[in-house]
Design a protein around this ligand. Structure first.
Ligand code: URA
Length: 264
């Protein structure tokens, strides 16, 4: 297909930058925030349980203040932006992705959905069973709660853009592995670069830590605004965490109020 070599070169360049950055952090002794790839037995087929993953809060890393002083991100200083990129191009480059071990287990690639000119983008972790079946992000129980949050911002789902760090469902809704995040997140970064929202709201620690490139505890940094390549970055708990921990609702309501205020 015409344009494929260019797309592949872009991806390889993103992956190289990402790998170098992650190695740099590891050399500094910063804890990895994803599940490490283990010796891989033939993976069993995914269980049918609905996705209510999002294990929060994660173990604390160095203080958020130390970690977040400058506007850090995986691609903080990297040029990275793809000239003339579009969501269609990102989707085309993703193709019928076979780049990681999740491919044989998925039913659908869940690319993302919503307004390509959204002022607000929500980034979750990974599709669950419902999302895998429908090809749309956040359509299960956690998704219903997210819809409720969006409506409380006086917006509709069609007004915002919703996507995930990884685009295929991990078997049994396990946490994404490092290799999967490394392989897939360049597509997320391109999506964000194309949309250029006013605010990116990370839902849970996987999204937050992927964009910051740091193991930070969501409990420390939620509810605060950071810079991410010229866009404000914000984090709150994952809706699936809320489903299991309704006590955190008060904090989420505070976070939603801040988002509402920011967007005016
Ligand atoms: N959880 C996520 O992180 N993403 C989805 O799309 C659904 C549930």
């Amino acid at each position: 297909m015409k344009g494929e070599p260019a797309g592949r070169a872009r991806e390889e360049s993103f992956s190289r930058q990402l790998r170098a950055r992650l190695e740099f952090y590891e050399e500094l002794g910063l804890t990895p925030f994803y599940r490490r790839a283990a010796a891989r037995p033939a993976a069993p087929p995914p269980a049918a349980a609905p996705r209510v993953a999002a294990r929060e809060p994660v173990a604390a890393a160095p203080s958020a203040e130390a970690v977040l002083r400058p506007a850090l991100s995986l691609f903080g200083e990297a040029p990275g932006r793809v000239e003339g990129d579009t969501l269609e191009r990102v989707r085309a480059d993703l193709g019928d992705c076979q780049r990681c071990q999740l491919a044989p287990h998925r039913r659908t690639i869940v690319f993302g959905a919503g307004n390509p000119r959204a002022e607000l983008v929500f980034v979750g972790e990974a599709p669950g069973a419902d999302e895998d079946a429908q090809g749309l992000p956040f359509v299960g129980r956690a998704g219903q709660l997210l819809t409720h949050w969006i409506e409380s911002l006086k917006m509709k789902r069609e007004d915002v853009y919703i996507c995930n760090v990884i685009k295929c469902r991990p078997p049994g809704n396990r946490s994404p592995e490092r290799e999967e995040i490394e392989t897939c997140s360049p597509f997320l970064l391109r999506q964000l670069d194309v949309i250029r929202p006013r605010l990116i709201c990370c839902l849970g620690s996987v999204a937050l830590q992927t964009l910051l490139g740091k193991a930070v505890a969501i409990t420390r940094v939620r509810g605060q605004f950071y810079d991410y390549r010229g866009t404000k970055l914000f984090a709150t708990f994952h809706p699936a965490y809320l489903l299991r921990n309704p006590n955190a609702n008060r904090q989420v309501q505070e976070d939603l109020r801040k988002i509402r205020q920011f967007l005016g």
